[in-house]
Design a protein around this ligand. Structure first.
Ligand code: ADP
Length: 328
């Protein structure tokens, strides 16, 4: 299926309810422990309506457990999980929250539309099967057997089965795991269409490019705690790692100055390498590029071709999720 066939439909508007004033999701002091392992330390989290939120963190950080508590499938040892102004379990039964989980299987031999219609019948305020298929970009596959779908289509079928509930809050646990580049692009196009209809979307991932492109808010989780919460730009600024690169004539030039560079204010690391035309390149990772460049001018001779790169989400993420940071 080509990207151009992905639907641009919008989920229908729904009337205002009393619960409209409540946050989409409100976790208050929720905590979860498995035998000797703390999965989630006491955690508070409030999600506004209409936000698209990424839960970002390494494996074992507590993302799935947190999502499970929002969906009422993981029972917190302490605290409360409220969704759309009611308990998580009530919100699931009312179709106000729905999840697309990692390990949902499909029944072989069944057709796409039949499976979505089964979901449709179990929710009080469901979308029509046709709308859900359109939002998921699966209208053309409605009559196809579910065991004959591509990986990307199968994933969007699971998406259709979740959104047919017409939930206020949609939870996606690593939705593009094992998808190829095209499958991922098609999936996110469908997700954005759903989010644009004013719904709250929460997704767990460890693909940083997906966060920058698809989330308005990023919550970084490590060691069962929230260690950062903000826009992708704010998260980048949290660790404040910039990269300054420059060259020296002669492959040994950069190597000769490594000690000097390491002593510049705010420098976190220095790497050097021989590059083309027998030049040497130094790469300095630092807290504040302005300070390093000012010091460079006055203390280090013979450099040229200066480049300054802003903090990238990748290095910020790695820095934030190092164990010593997550325990603090
Ligand atoms: P993530 O989704 O970020 O990879 P999880 O929430 O799945 O993290 O896991 C958090 C921690 O809790 C991990 O140490 C994991 O091994 C543990 N854990 C999660 N679910 C269970 C379970 N059902 N039984 C035992 N330990 C679990």
């Amino acid at each position: 299926m080509s990207t151009s066939t992905v639907s641009r439909a919008r989920a229908p508007e729904r009337p205002l309810a009393n619960s409209e004033a409540a946050p989409a999701v409100e976790l208050t002091g929720v905590a979860k422990r498995y035998a000797g392992t703390v999965a989630v330390h006491p955690l508070d989290l409030s999600l506004r309506r209409g936000e698209t939120v990424a839960l970002l963190g390494p494996n074992g950080a507590g993302k799935s457990t947190t999502i499970g508590m929002m969906l009422g499938i993981v029972r917190p040892d302490a605290g409360t999980a409220r969704v759309d102004g009611r308990t998580a379990a009530r919100a699931v039964a009312d179709g106000r929250i729905a999840g697309m989980l990692q390990d949902a299987g499909a029944m072989p031999g069944v057709r796409v539309a039949e499976l979505v219609r089964l979901s449709e019948r179990s929710y009080p305020n469901a979308l029509s099967t046709a709308s859900a298929l359109e939002l998921a970009g699966l209208t053309g596959e409605a009559k196809r057997r579910v065991d004959r779908l591509s990986g990307g289509q199968a994933q969007r079928l699971r998406f259709a089965m979740a959104i047919v509930a017409n939930p206020e809050v949609l939870l996606l646990d690593e939705p593009t795991r094992a998808l190829d580049v095209q499958g991922r692009a098609e999936f996110w196009a469908a997700m954005r269409d759903f989010a644009h209809s004013g719904k709250t979307v929460v997704f767990a991932t460890h693909y940083l490019d997906e966060v920058a492109e698809n989330a308005q808010r990023v919550i970084v989780i490590a060691g069962g705690r929230i260690i950062a919460d903000g826009t992708p730009e704010q998260i980048r600024g949290t660790a404040g790692t910039s990269v300054v690169r420059f060259r020296f004539d002669g492959a040994a030039g950069a190597a000769r100055h490594v000690d000097l560079l390491a002593e510049l204010p705010g420098v976190k690391s220095v790497e050097h390498a021989a590059v083309e035309n027998r030049a040497g390149q130094a790469t300095v990772t630092c807290a504040d590029a302005d300070t390093v460049v000012r010091a460079l001018v006055t203390t280090v001779p013979g450099w040229h071709d200066l480049q300054v790169a802003p903090p990238d989400l990748n290095s910020t993420f790695l820095e934030l999720t190092q164990p010593e940071r997550s325990r603090s």
